[in-house]
Each structure stands twice: as structure tokens, then as C-alpha cells.
Design a protein around this ligand. Structure first.
Ligand SMILES: NC(=O)c1ccc[n+]([C@@H]2O[C@H](COP(=O)([O-])OP(=O)(O)OC[C@H]3O[C@@H](n4cnc5c(N)ncnc54)[C@H](O)[C@@H]3O)[C@@H](O)[C@H]2O)c1
Length: 450
């Protein structure tokens, strides 16, 4: 993180700074707990509960037990000791009158959620509900969780996970991600888990062992963090970038024991080159991460065709062509993962970014249209939509725009490339076979496009 990024955070964590921030009504910014290998799942006890007829709580309890932490069953016993997570299974709420169970469970205990704590609500996807009233009650969970997440303090986050009936076994990798500090900058998200083989890895610290991963735009920024994180998880990583970035690309690849490939993803022969490389050197690929992306901002009136074309080509059309070649050549098979990088700009839109917004919304279209086909292959496709991430790109923004982007979210700070990379690593895990067709924002619950 740059020095400028910390300054406000450092100031607001001193007693006089905290006083000033409180009096001026400025956002409070807590340094986030982030993952280091060997870290326990939670740094304190978890409080769990559920509505009657629940079907997910036993999986939660198993995962917490494996994580080695203490699990408390919530009773309004007046205890005030901090907890690291509060989890509520709302899957059994079948009518809106019964949503009161959320208030009754959370209200007495919510202030016990500690620094960087986790609030989690589990439900049944409304589209899988037994009847209309059940669907309405389950749909209501979204508004509850998004609002509750905005009330959290001290770096805590909140999410809703909808689990389709029969997909309970596929919940573990998602619980491990959301409860741990790997999800530090993810908040206010709604995640859907469906059926799809989700074999538990032999070692949860090395879920990518024996797998091959290709990452585009890997020479720096978010792409370099993705390459490093997937290598940490045990993968052989093929780091891809344009030839002009060759030196930085080689450094990234060498540091993680991976390999590098100089490739402009927009080149006419890029799909064939990549397909041949993967086939001949690796016999296929397990995970493809489409991270390469550019911006060429101008308002619409001043948008030259070259700026439009460059952004659409790199960010969207090249990805479509690469996917066609890889899927057409059957290079991505059972257990395969495609992960693509969208942006909150593709969800909310951004002045001066009609080209970028179109490309990043198009990326969401790729996920939506390919998810059914990938499910048939026993594979998945998902997208991350980063908000404000501290990179060279955002460091170059004018101060006021930069500070606005950084603070206008529930965590009042920018995210780090590692936060995007950890989210991608969760999608990419063999244990995430039920996570298909999702778009998850890594934006600290940004107010933009919320
Ligand atoms: N930084 C943010 O706040 C932010 C927010 C939302 C989305 N994103 C997205 O995240 C991704 C990574 O962004 P970043 O901030 O790390 O940017 P970056 O500019 O630091 O890195 C992008 C990389 O892509 C490579 N690249 C560009 N064109 C290429 C091509 N034709 N072929 C192969 N590689 C190419 C670049 O050489 C570079 O290494 C992008 O898709 C970006 O749109 C970033």
C-alpha cells in the first residue's frame, strides 16, 4: 500500500485522530487482518444459530470444528466477550412473518462482533424456493445483509450465501474463504452455490497442487498478485503479458517457479498460440484467469475510435476469442475454472468510461452466457468486480478522485491486489465446483453501484 494510502488510516487510529474523525463524522478506517499461511480460520469463537427447519448449520459447525475454533450457540445470556464470527442459517425461513428471527438472533449479539469479524447469513436461493412466500422471504435476506454489513465497524464484513437444495456439501470452500481473512475486502456480497462436484483437496493450504494455471496481464499489479497467490496454493503458473513487459514478467514467473509466455491477447493468432502452448507443454489447462485490462478514458463526445477499439479489444473481445479456442479445443475439462476480471465500473458505470464500462459489463455477459456450458463440462466460470484497488493505475488518479474512491465504501479504504487474488483463488479451487456464474465485488461494499 502506498504511504498516502495509510496516512489517513494511521491518523485515525491515534486517540486524538479517532476523536477528530468521530466529531467530524468522517469514515473510520481499520487496518484489515489479512491471510498468512497457517493462520487459523478465525481468531476467536464463532457464534452460530438458525431458524427452525434449517439445513445448512451442520455444515457450518463441521467447518468451524475443522478450523479448530470454539463454537458458541447464541443465547441472549448477556455475555459481552467479543466473537470472531456470527453465522445464521436462515434457509428454513419460509414466510416474511418469520424474518423476525433475524432481528431476534442478531440484535442482542451484533455488538460483540470483534475487529475484522465476519457476519454470515445462509439461505435458499429464491429461484429454488418451495413456493412464492418462501421465495419472497429468502429474497428479503439480501436487503437485511447489505444493510447489516453497512452497520459493521472495525473492518468487519457481512455476506449472504444462498445454497441450492442438495448443494450443501459444496459449501465448505466458500465458508473457508468468507470466514477467513482471505475475504478481507469483500463485503455486502450475495453468493450462490449450486450443484457441481466440489472435492475437498488433500491439503486446504495447497488446493491447486498438480494443477496448471494461466494468468493474463501477470507482469504487475493485480495480475502479479494472482500469479503469486495461485502459486502459493500449489499451482504451476503460466504468467502471460505483452512482450514489452517481458522483464517484469520474467521476474514474476521466476519468483514463483512458474513459466512465462509473451503474448498480446489481442493478436490475431493469440488464441491459436495459447491453445498450442497449453496443449503441447501442459496437456491442457486447469484454470484460466483473464486479468489483462486497460483504460483509455474520455467522455463520449471526445471518444476517438482508437480508444474505444483498444479497450473493447483487450478487455472483452480477446477474452471471448481465447475462451472459444480453449473450449473448442477441449483444453479446459472436468474441474476446469475460468475466472475473469470485471469492475464496479461495469456495474455502476463511470463518467468518461463508456468504453471501459461496456467492456466490463460485457465480461459479466461472458460469465452469464458460458456458465451453463461450463457446468455441463463439470467446470465453472465466475467474475470478480474490483472496486478501488491500490495499484499503479489508481496511484495515477488525481488526489480528490483517488481519496473519494478510497473512502466511499463500508471499510473506508482501498483494497490491495491480494484481496482480488484471494477471491480468484477461491473461485479457482477444485472445491468450488458449485460456485458457477457468480460475480463477486471486491470493493469493501463500495457505495458506487451498490
Ligand atoms: N486497479 C483497480 O482499481 C481496478 C479496479 C477494477 C478493475 N480492475 C481490473 O483489474 C485488471 C488488472 O488491473 P491492474 O490495476 O493490475 O492494471 P495494470 O495496468 O497494472 O496491469 C494490467 C496488465 O495487463 C497487461 N496487458 C495490457 N494489455 C495486454 C494485452 N493486449 N495482452 C496481454 N497483456 C496485456 C499489461 O501489460 C499489464 O501488465 C484489469 O482488467 C483492470 O481493468 C482494476
Amino acid at each position: 500500500m502506498s504511504q498516502a494510502a495509510d496516512r489517513y488510516q494511521r491518523l485515525s487510529s491515534t486517540p486524538p485522530g479517532r476523536f477528530l474523525v468521530g466529531r467530524l463524522g468522517l469514515p473510520q478506517s481499520t487496518p484489515l487482518r489479512r491471510y498468512a499461511p497457517g493462520q487459523p480460520l478465525l481468531d476467536g469463537p464463532a457464534l452460530v444459530g438458525g431458524a427452525p427447519e434449517r439445513r445448512l448449520l451442520s455444515t457450518v459447525e463441521q467447518v468451524l470444528e475443522l478450523g479448530g475454533g470454539e463454537t458458541l450457540t447464541a443465547v441472549d445470556d448477556g455475555a459481552t466477550t467479543p466473537v470472531a464470527a456470527i453465522v445464521f442459517d436462515a434457509s428454513g425461513i419460509t414466510a416474511s412473518e418469520d424474518l423476525r428471527a433475524l432481528r431476534d438472533f442478531f440484535s442482542p449479539v451484533i455488538t460483540r462482533l470483534g475487529r475484522c469479524g465476519r457476519l454470515l447469513v445462509l439461505g435458499t436461493p429464491p429461484e429454488h424456493a418451495a413456493d412464492r412466500r418462501h421465495a419472497v422471504a429468502q429474497r428479503a435476506l439480501e436487503g437485511f445483509v447489505r444493510s447489516a454489513a453497512k452497520e459493521l465497524r472495525h473492518g468487519a464484513t457481512g455476506q449472504l450465501v444462498y445454497v441450492a437444495p442438495g448443494a450443501e456439501e459444496g459449501l465448505e470452500s466458500t465458508l473457508r474463504f468468507l470466514l477467513s481473512s482471505k475475504s478481507a475486502y469483500v463485503s455486502g456480497q450475495v453468493i450462490r452455490i449450486g450443484s457441481g462436484a466440489s472435492p475437498a483437496p488433500d491439503d486446504w493450504e495447497k488446493p491447486q497442487a498438480g494443477r496448471t494455471v494461466a494468468v493474463t496481464g501477470a507482469s504487475r499489479g493485480i495480475g502479479a498478485a494472482i500469479a503469486q497467490t495461485l502459486a502459493r496454493d500449489g499451482a504451476h503458473v503460466i504468467a502471460i503479458d505483452i512482450a514489452a513487459q517481458g522483464e517484469d514478467l520474467a521476474k514474476v514467473a521466476n519468483a514463483i517457479g512458474g513459466s512465462s509466455l509473451a503474448l498480446d491477447v489481442t493478436a490475431a493468432d493469440a488464441p491459436a498460440t495459447l491453445a498450442t502452448h497449453l496443449q503441447e507443454r501442459h496437456g491442457g489447462v486447469d484454470v484460466v484467469v483473464h486479468n489483462a485490462g486497460i483504460t483509455r478514458d474520455r467522455t463520449l463526445a471526445r471518444m476517438k475510435p482508437e480508444r474505444w477499439d483498444a479497450v473493447l479489444e483487450v478487455n472483452l473481445s480477446a477474452q471471448e476469442r481465447l475462451n472459444e479456442a480453449l473450449l473448442g479445443g477441449n483444453l479446459i475439462g472436468e474441474g476446469g475454472r475460468i475466472v475473469t476480471v470485471s469492475s464496479i465500473g461495469g456495474i455502476a458505470g463511470n463518467r468518461g468510461q463508456t468504453n471501459y464500462g461496456a467492456s466490463k459489463a460485457g465480461v459479466i455477459g461472458i460469465v452469464e452466457t458460458l456458465a451453463p456450458e461450463l457446468a455441463q463440462r463439470g467446470a465453472t466460470i465466475n467474475a470478480v468486480a474490483p472496486g478501488f484497488i491500490e495499484t499503479q493505475m489508481t496511484a495515477a488518479m488525481p488526489l480528490v478522485v483517488r481519496e473519494g474512491g478510497r473512502r466511499m465504501n463500508s471499510l473506508a479504504q482501498g483494497g490491495l491486489p491480494i484481496d482480488v487474488a484471494e477471491t480468484i483463488a477461491w473461485f479457482a479451487s477444485p472445491a468450488s465446483g458449485g460456485v458457477n456464474g457468480n460475480v463477486v465485488r471486491v470493493c469493501g461494499q463500495s457505495l458506487i453501484g451498490a
